[in-house]
Design a protein around this ligand. Structure first.
Ligand code: TXA
Ligand code: MG
Length: 316
């Protein structure tokens, strides 16, 4: 058995086993993306429906060209500008990508993540890593090795511990139609940044009825406790006598369970802290969770998206 963490991870992945990997967004549950039998284990371990396709992670555009038919010019520009980083591109797949990875769709989701350990690991592999977020299907994504350990630790071969995820919210997913960028999931790269490079983009997010974008299921990223999004003072009135926890942007609502995501009012910091805060309140003595609505711009959009899905189906 090798003794350094990257070699251990590599050795398990080469054998077709599952390894949790750190990325700048969230931890991924990785397997050899060219090995159908290894990929099936991801779906089983997460309890994930087979119609929900996976992202392939690798470390260079050259490697990506070996498994996609083409990278349209606006996609290549985004890739050059933002990779490694929290951007996922939908590109037409070649035969070598097993259908189970894309749930039978013609496009494959691809990304070069920005984490030194995982980039080093990927550089040593001659296959990409299929990796969804390393959480049971429908629950909040993990942003530390401890989160992964708590929920999947006894089901997977190894966790490559890369510390806390810097961005803390999943990648932004972008596809293309006739040269136009279509945003399928808002995430760690702001739409405003994408539009600077690719021009006006179309947002196609609320696709709960669209089987092509199941990561956009309305109820997702959800804690076990009921979560309500809205004006916190109004929510406090609506649920008198309830022991509540609060997730706010910067304001402190008092009590032991009020978490301000960024006292400096910084949306990057707020995104970084969001999933950890949801987990903390889920494990606290609060019975219900209230969350503020964040400014609907830059990473605030992704925060609002995750909070609304965490709150579905009951929304205020
Ligand atoms: O930041 C991230 O993207 C993290 C890290 C680990 O890279 N991964 C992640 O994976 O969030 P996952 O599986 O939890 O979400 C990926 C979503 C799927 O739910 C699906 O909606 C979308 O990507 N997706 C994947 N392939 C697609 C395709 N061919 N067409 C449309 N949507 C696709
Ligand atoms: Mg996920």
């Amino acid at each position: 058995m090798p003794d350094n963490p990257i070699s251990i991870a590599r050795s398990f992945l080469e054998k077709g086993a599952l390894v949790a990997i750190p990325t700048e967004t969230v931890y991924g549950l990785a397997a050899n993306g060219f090995n159908k039998n290894a990929v099936i284990k991801i779906f089983e371990t997460k309890n994930r429906p087979l119609f929900d396709p996976l992202i392939l992670h690798t470390d260079s555009i050259e490697k990506i060209k070996s498994f996609v038919k083409e990278i349209p010019p606006p996609a290549l520009e985004l890739a050059k500008k933002f990779w490694p980083g929290p951007l996922t591109l939908l590109l037409p797949k070649k035969e070598i990508v097993p259908d189970i990875v894309t749930s039978g769709l013609p496009d494959v989701a691809v990304r070069i993540p920005d984490h030194p350990l995982t980039l080093e690991l990927l550089s040593q592999l001659d296959f990409p890593l299929a990796a969804p977020s390393a959480n049971p299907f429908g629950y909040v994504s993990p942003t530390s090795a401890q989160h992964v350990q708590q929920q999947l630790g006894n089901k997977i071969a190894y966790i490559l511990d890369g510390g806390e995820c810097r961005v803390g919210i999943e990648s932004t997913i972008v596809g293309f139609e006739n040269g136009k960028a279509i945003i399928h999931r808002v995430g760690g790269l702001a739409v405003e940044e994408i539009e600077k490079i690719a021009g006006k983009a179309e947002l196609r997010l609320n696709a709960s009825s669209n089987p092509n974008a199941p990561g956009q299921l309305k109820s997702h990223y959800a804690p076990r406790k009921p979560l309500y999004v809205g004006d916190v003072a109004a929510l406090q009135k609506k649920f008198p006598g309830k022991n509540y926890g609060v997730i706010s942007f910067y304001k402190n609502y008092g009590g032991g369970n009020s978490i301000a995501l960024s006292e400096k009012k910084n949306l990057h910091e707020a995104a970084h802290n969001l999933f950890k805060a949801i987990r903390t309140l889920d494990e606290s003595d609060a019975e219900i969770i209230f969350a503020e609505i964040f400014p609907d711009e830059f990473l605030g959009r992704a925060i609002n998206d995750r909070l609304r899905r965490a709150a579905a189906p009951e929304k205020i």
